[in-house]
Design a protein around this ligand. Structure first.
Ligand code: ATP
Ligand code: MG
Length: 389
């Protein structure tokens, strides 16, 4: 038999003009994470339901779909007070253990032929729970859990509403190109942008053998985790060794880091255009390192005329780490494989480049052909952890 979930959506319902479009995106995103034909998503009187033959997979999909504010399994029974009471007791027993003793009942009678009014049904079930579970208490102002009952074609009951990610459906804001390194920050940046509705592809600059196979594997593992929040994800691995060595030869040591960041930005711009991505996302945070000062960011910004989004720009490391833990990326990010930035880092990188001067250095290098070759030779991988287990 099918399991039904009730799905609560938040911000989407505020977007009046585009509401239909957002709801369609949300529906597609949820169903894309489920085996075909196992599930049906539909709205009825402003509420959304998912019927599925794969409840575990569906729960995973709902927990990872942005735009979903909350979800829970719904239990149905005949529209008959004894049957409803029995279900209510079953749910109450679970919730009293899980959430606490203070509860309330909210009932809604859409079928007016049902003999009890909404208020009457809520009162009846409340009393009945109090009587059966002596330690429980009704608290209408500040309950620890709520039993919802609705009388429609059948009686529907639910209580254990799980919080979803909230935000907007992935894809509703178009697509961006994420610069994904093996660090803590960039997966978190991806997570925040996904919440704002951005689908993403990712690019990683691989400087083999200066960065190891393990470092690449780490980035793939991170891409896999990010893919659970972005509804799958393409990762481009750019062979960056030649460009990097050339830069190291040609550029003054204190300018190398900045010029290398610019080179990455340039290749990311090329790949973004190729994939029809309309913005670039990085995990940069103001003043975290030399390449993330206001002056340095002005320069790297100038390399691409796509908007560059840095959702972590005003966040401290502690709060970034907190999100990384929540996403499940933190444990992978802290594995100790060097990335190319640390290996080729000078001791005293320039932190406040003069804009005109550093632009001149960049333009004098004339790297476009080299960088285009790197972009053309990049290797494509695809991740979709939720579907592939
Ligand atoms: P993270 O910022 O992800 O923790 P990090 O701190 O090692 O990694 P930084 O040197 O701070 O990386 O780089 C800032 C941003 O530049 C990263 O968040 C990422 O968006 C991008 N970046 C750095 N190195 C790479 C790389 N090898 N490939 C792709 N993007 C990179
Ligand atoms: Mg960083």
């Amino acid at each position: 038999m099918d399991t039904t979930f009730i799905v609560k959506i938040g911000e989407i319902s505020l977007k009046k003009g585009n509401r239909g479009y957002f709801e369609k995106k949300l529906k597609d995103n949820i169903l894309r994470l489920l085996p075909s034909k196992s599930s049906r998503f539909y709205g009825r009187r402003g509420r959304f339901f998912l019927d599925t033959t794969e409840p575990e997979q569906a729960e995973l999909a709902l927990a990872h779909t942005s735009g979903v504010v909350g979800y829970t399994r719904v239990f149905s029974t005949e529209k008959e007070i004894e049957a409803i009471r029995e279900k209510a007791h079953e749910l109450a027993e679970i919730m009293l253990k899980k959430k606490g003793l203070r509860f309330k009942v909210e009932a809604r009678r859409s079928d007016k032929s049902f003999p009890l009014t909404s208020y009457g049904l809520a009162a009846e079930l409340g009393h009945s729970i109090l009587e059966k579970f002596k330690e429980s208490k009704v608290d209408v102002k500040n309950p620890e859990w709520v039993l919802f009952v609705e009388i429609r074609d059948k009686a529907y009951l639910y209580a254990d509403v799980q919080p979803g990610l909230g935000g907007l459906p992935v894809g509703s804001a178009g697509k961006g190109m994420l610069m994904l390194s093996g660090g803590i920050d960039s997966p978190v940046a991806a997570f925040y942008m996904a919440q704002r509705g951005l689908r993403q592809e990712a690019v990683y600059f691989h400087t083999y053998p200066y960065t190891s196979e393990e470092a690449l594997q780490k980035v793939k593992d991170l891409a896999e985790i990010v893919s659970t929040f972005t509804g799958g994800m393409v990762l481009w691995v750019v062979p960056f060794t030649e460009a990097q060595l050339k830069l190291n030869r040609l550029v003054k040591s204190d300018e190398v880091t900045l010029i290398m960041r610019a080179a990455m930005m340039r290749v990311t711009d090329m790949l973004a255009r190729n994939s029809h991505a309309k913005c670039i996302i990085t995990g940069e945070s103001l003043s975290q390192v030399a390449s993330q000062t206001v002056e340095s960011l002005r320069f790297t910004d100038s390399i691409s005329d796509l908007p560059v989004f840095r959702p972590l720009i005003g966040l401290g490391k502690e709060s970034i780490i907190q999100t990384a833990r929540k996403m499940g990326s933190y444990e992978i990010s802290i594995l100790p494989y060097d990335d190319c930035c640390t290996i080729f880092s000078p001791k005293h990188p320039l932190t406040k480049p003069k804009f005109g001067y550093i632009r001149e250095v960049w333009e004098g290098l004339d790297l476009d052909e080299e960088l285009k070759k790197a972009a053309d030779n990049s290797e494509r991988f695809y991740f979709n952890k939720i579907l592939n287990g």
